[in-house]
Design a protein around this ligand. Sequence first.
Ligand SMILES: Cc1cc2nc3c(=O)[nH]c(=O)nc-3n(C[C@H](O)[C@H](O)[C@H](O)COP(=O)(O)OP(=O)(O)OC[C@H]3O[C@@H](n4cnc5c(N)ncnc54)[C@H](O)[C@@H]3O)c2cc1C
Length: 402
Amino acid sequence: MRIAVIGGGAAGLVAAGSATGAEVEVFEHNDKLGKKIYITGKGRCNFTNVCDDETFLSSVVRNAPFLRSALSVFSPYSAVALLEDNGCKTKTERGRRAFPASDKASDVIKALSSYAKANGAQFRLGVDITDISYDGSVFKIAVDGKTETFDRVILCAGGLSYPTTGSDGSAYRFVKKFGHTVIPQTPSLVGLKTNEDLSCAEGLTLKNVSICAEGLKPIFGDAMITSDGISGPVALTLSAYLARREKPYAIYVDFKPALSAEELDARILRDFSAGRNKSFKNVLDGLLPKSIIPFIIERSRIAPDKPVNSVTRNERQALVETLKRLRLEVTGTEGFERAVITCGGVDVKEIYPKTMMSKLCRGLYICGEMLDVDALTGGYNLHIAFATGYAAGVHASGDKYD
Ligand SMILES: Cc1cc2nc3c(=O)[nH]c(=O)nc-3n(C[C@H](O)[C@H](O)[C@H](O)COP(=O)(O)OP(=O)(O)OC[C@H]3O[C@@H](n4cnc5c(N)ncnc54)[C@H](O)[C@@H]3O)c2cc1C
């Protein structure tokens, strides 16, 4: 049995290692394996989230039920064991996030490569696959102008995010040829752009804020102001839930989620009376980081030089409203160049969830980020690549199409 694995990333290397008993060739158009893994987790590679299946699936934003079977076979504990067994010691940090003990993503790549190599996989690097066809008995693959034949093909060529790592979307055209539906892709886990001028606070981290949008529960945590919008953990999570929402849309920042509007008003009154001889612009230091104050003052529509003892009750209400529900209009995202993951991809209704085989073409398996499955940050996305790659490898190398 000859199997072609297209893509030497997270899904491809696990597929190549788990396709036991088969003659496996991994085609990768970069001259190195796992180029994207190298930059994951800021170079530390948060490779899985050590949790039970239900917790895992609750962090999958799109098509969680599709993953149930693959996850039950290849759990986060399996990922830890696979790396440990292949020479990469691991550790688990806050939020059950697992990393290589060395904090080096390159150690994860080495371990995954060893796993694939131990199964006899051949790596064909710097090789671009430009076409795949099936004549009813074998797959024909166009490799650098020549055709090679294989019994089965595992497609794991990634999504559209960070195209410089090699995931350039070239393989979507192959699946379309086989009749697959590709759900339109949008960037996810990505910074949001707004049309407000937040430049005064560029680079500021807003600690313990909450942000919500219509139809979405508030998301708590830290956010970062960028040159043209908002990024950081809360914004990334928002971007995942809102990846398919038509823009522009509004989001609402609560700078003081621990206080009710009444409690915040009381706090402001206390600050005002403590600084009763000051102007309005000089009494907000205790409430907000300095650099965001000019923006908040502008939004509250209170004259910055107004003596604080003449700020009216209505004006104070406007300030409370600004701090509890600052409206920002999201006009776009930082795009695929900066997105951690792709929302959209091959429609999972056309894939068998146990085996990752295409329902439209026997012997063709599709896994990893190419599929219309994506999750939040925390190690879930790499694990999805591992678990779906594992299912594809195990079943592609089997005698039967089960
Ligand atoms: C900056 C960043 C940080 C991230 N951090 C984390 C993290 O800490 N934890 C986490 O869980 N997830 C993280 N992710 C997401 C994670 O990297 C992906 O979910 C995962 O890499 C997807 O694996 P994959 O194998 O499906 O695709 P990829 O890793 O993209 O691999 C696909 C491979 O196929 C190759 N290829 C494509 N087309 C062809 C072709 N035509 N011929 C030959 N080869 C081809 C590509 O070069 C690529 O190497 C991060 C992503 C980014 C961008």
